[in-house]
Design a binder for this molecule. Structure first.
Ligand SMILES: [Zn+2]
Length: 344
């Protein structure tokens, strides 16, 4: 590059508007270009700095607004969480109230169960086992609330988290105790039911019914003068006089053990009630059941007659216990037949 080019002078003439004198400035060409370049660099740097600042300001603004948006969302979430906590606290309170109600229902069920046990007594141990109900804290709280339901008021004391936690725990304990009680009751009630059913079944099978419509006893169980030989003999049953073809009823439920005929007993039916307990109906005109038939107490099993060793229409009714005849009077209460019962 030519160094002289820089040294060449440039003359700047400044001409004022009025009568002032003209100013001449002589400057080297290089100096002029250097000044111009400096000015341009300064302006460029200033512009660059300004733009960078503007960019930072804009991004800060964006970040700030994003943060405030996030804060608003968090606040919203917090509000809804607080609402949910309040709802849950109310749920716990309602549960504690319900526990108290269930507690009183269980107590009622226990009373019922006791009544049932009086009908069908369960062993003494079991009665002792299912003792009094434990009174839970939650249950008490619920009862208090229930009794307050009639009239309400007073200052609203805020409940602490600790109190709610305790109420929830107490409610949990109360529910567990209730579940325990319910399980015991279930076992106990099903025992009672089974015992009642067994009792009912025993009663159904026990011969307690008068086997004829007629109540005319012509000969009791025990020693008597034989109607044929007139000699002293032992009579193993009860003779009940009646009309020919009167119905003869099963004195208790059971299975027809035997249906037969022979010259001594005539047409006769034996019913087995329980193992070792049988009733025997003799001198029938005919049997109306067959061996193996199931009969209920009061079911007709034959027609009254005078077949076999008999002097006239009557039923010889005999009760066999362990294979031996026993006094039927113990099994012949003043109970009437099924038909007589339905008439009254
Ligand atoms: Zn007889």
């Amino acid at each position: 590059m030519n160094f002289k080019w820089f040294q060449n002078k440039l003359t700047f003439v400044i001409i004022p508007e009025a009568n002032g004198s003209v100013v001449r400035l002589k400057l080297a060409r290089g100096v002029v270009w250097s000044v111009a370049a400096s000015v341009m660099i300064t302006v460029g740097a200033a512009a660059f700095l300004y733009l960078q600042h503007a960019h930072t300001a804009a991004s800060t603004f964006l970040k700030t607004s994003e943060l405030s948006g996030r804060t608003a969302k968090l606040e919203q979430a917090l509000t809804s969480k607080n609402r949910r906590i309040e709802e849950l606290q109310n749920d716990i309170y309602m549960l504690s109230k319900q526990a108290a109600e269930v507690h009183s229902q269980v107590a009622q069920m226990k009373k019922l169960e006791e009544d049932l046990q009086k009908l069908a007594p369960v062993s003494a141990e079991k009665n002792a086992e299912s003792g009094g109900l434990p009174a839970g804290e939650a249950a008490t709280a619920g009862t208090e609330a229930a009794s307050a339901a009639l009239g309400m008021g007073g200052p609203a004391v805020p409940v602490t988290h600790e109190e709610i936690r305790r109420l929830a725990m107490a409610t949990g304990v109360a529910y567990m105790a209730l579940q325990n009680e319910m399980n015991k009751l279930e076992t106990s009630l099903s025992d009672s039911r089974q015992q009642l059913q067994e009792k009912q079944e025993r009663l159904r099978r026990t011969p307690t019914l008068w086997p004829t419509d007629s109540r005319i006893v012509t000969s009791n169980y025990g020693y008597r003068q034989d109607p044929f030989t007139k000699k002293l003999s032992f009579h193993r049953g009860v003779d009940i006089a009646g009309k020919l073809d009167d119905p003869v009823y099963a004195a208790g439920g059971g299975v027809v053990h035997e249906v037969g005929y022979d010259k001594l007993h005539g047409h006769n039916v034996i019913v087995e009630h329980t193992s070792g307990l049988l009733t025997w109906y003799m001198h029938l005109n005919r049997a109306t059941v067959r061996k193996g038939d199931l009969v209920d107490k009061g079911d007709p099993i034959g027609k009254l007659g005078t077949t076999g060793r008999s002097t006239g229409p009557h039923l010889h009714y005999e009760v066999l216990l362990g294979g031996k005849s026993t006094d039927p009077s113990g099994y012949l209460p003043m109970e009437r037949t099924k038909e007589e019962k339905t008439k009254s």
